[in-house]
Design a binder for this molecule. Structure first.
Ligand code: COA
Ligand code: MG
Length: 296
C-alpha cells in the first residue's frame, strides 16, 4: 500500500460541521475529526452523528479523513460507540489517543477487520495512528510501534504528557524532549511516520510555529498536528523541500555517483566531506519532495 503523505493533520471538533466543511477546502493532507477531548462530555453522541454525516456528505478531495476516538479502555462504553457509529461512513483511518499498551491498538484492529469484511473493503485499508502522550505509553513505545500492520504513524502529544508526568510546559520544550525524540527513533525503527505535537499558541505570529516545525523536521518528524487553518500552510511548506534544496540534493547525489565510478567512496564537495550518510540525507529530501507531489 502506498504511504500517504501526512505533513499537516488538522484537528477539528467532531461536533462542529462548519469547521469540518472548512477543513475540507484547505488542501490539508489530513483532517482529524475529534470525538475525544475537543468535544464536551455531553456532546459525544452529537459528535459521532455529525462526524458520520460529514464523512458521507462532504467532498474532502485528496484530503485524508481521520477520526479520533476516545481512549480504548476495558469499559467499551465510549470508544466502541465511536467506532460503531462512524465505521459505516468509511473514514480513511482512526487516531487512537492516550495509547499505553499495544493491546489497545489490537482491540481496535479486530473491529476494523470485521467491518472491512462486512462491507467488502480491502482488508487492512483502514489505517491507525497512535498518540503517545502518557508516561506508560512512552515506556511501552517499542511494543506499541510493533502492535499491528495497520499502524501508520506514532503521534507525540506534549500537553497530555506534561500533565501525566507533572512537567510544566516551557517555550523550549526540554521538559518533554526525551519523549519527543524517542518517538522519532521508535517510529523510524518500524518504518512508521512520526508526527509532532501541535503548537497551541494561536496568539503569536507564524515565526514561532515555523521554528518549532523546522525543529521537528530536523529531528526526523514527517509531519505535525495542526489546530487552526492558518497553521496548515506553514507546516506543509516546512515539510516540503524547496527547489533549491532539491537541486542541491540532486547535485550531491550526482557528484557521489561520479566519484564512486572513479573508485572514491568519500570526497570533498563544496568544502565538506561527503560519504554515504550525506547521500542518504539527500535521497530523503528527494523522497519528501516526491511525497509532496513534486516531480524530481
Ligand atoms: N478546523 C477548521 N476550521 C477552523 C478550525 C479548525 N481546527 N479552527 C478555526 N476554524 C475556522 C473557524 O470556524 C473560522 O471560520 P470562518 O472564518 O469561516 O467563520 C476561521 O477558521 C477562523 O477561526 P478563528 O475565529 O480564528 O478561531 P476560533 O476562535 O473560531 O476557534 C479554536 C479557535 C481553537 C476553538 C479552533 O481553532 C479549534 O476548534 N481548533 C481545533 C481544536 C481541537 O480539535 N482540539 C482537539 C485536539 S488538540
Ligand atoms: Mg491529548
Amino acid at each position: 500500500m502506498a504511504i500517504r503523505t501526512r505533513r499537516a493533520l488538522l484537528f477539528m471538533p467532531g461536533d462542529d460541521r462548519k469547521k469540518i466543511e472548512k477543513g475540507a477546502t484547505l488542501g490539508v493532507d489530513s483532517v482529524i475529526m475529534d470525538l475525544e477531548d475537543g468535544v464536551a462530555l455531553n456532546r459525544k453522541a452529537e459528535a459521532r452523528a455529525v462526524t458520520a454525516a460529514a464523512l458521507r456528505e462532504i467532498n474532502f478531495g485528496a484530503t485524508e479523513r481521520l477520526v479520533r476516538i476516545n481512549p480504548v479502555m476495558d469499559d467499551p462504553a465510549v470508544w466502541f460507540h465511536d467506532i460503531q457509529e462512524t465505521i459505516e461512513s468509511h473514514p480513511d483511518g482512526y487516531v487512537l489517543p492516550k495509547v499505553d499498551h499495544a493491546e489497545q491498538i489490537q482491540r481496535v484492529a479486530v473491529h476494523l477487520t470485521r467491518a472491512e469484511r462486512q462491507y467488502g473493503w480491502m482488508e487492512g485499508s483502514i489505517r491507525l495512528l497512535a498518540i503517545l502522550e502518557t508516561a506508560l505509553g512512552i515506556v511501552n513505545m517499542k511494543d506499541i510501534a510493533d502492535a499491528d500492520p495497520r499502524l501508520s504513524a506514532l503521534i507525540f502529544g506534549a500537553e497530555d504528557l506534561a500533565g501525566d508526568i507533572g512537567a510544566i510546559r516551557t517555550p523550549d520544550g526540554w521538559e518533554v524532549f526525551y519523549a519527543r525524540s524517542k518517538l522519532v527513533i521508535f517510529a523510524k525503527a518500524k518504518g512508521l511516520q512520526a508526527i509532532d505535537t501541535p503548537f497551541i499558541d494561536l496568539g503569536t505570529d507564524d515565526s514561532m510555529l515555523r521554528a518549532e516545525t523546522e525543529q521537528a523536521l530536523y529531528m526526523g518528524f514527517t509531519g505535525k498536528l495542526a489546530i487552526h487553518p492558518k497553521q496548515v500552510p506553514v507546516i506543509q511548506s516546512v515539510f516540503t523541500p524547496t527547489s533549491d534544496q532539491i537541486a542541491r540534493a540532486k547535485a550531491l547525489i550526482a557528484a557521489y555517483n561520479d566519484h564512486q565510478a572513479h573508485g572514491e567512496g568519500v570526497f570533498a564537495y563544496e568544502g565538506r566531506m561527503v560519504d554515504m550518510p550525506m547521500v542518504k540525507s539527500a535521497e530523503a529530501i528527494l523522497a519528501r519532495a516526491r511525497a509532496a507531489g513534486i516531480d524530481v
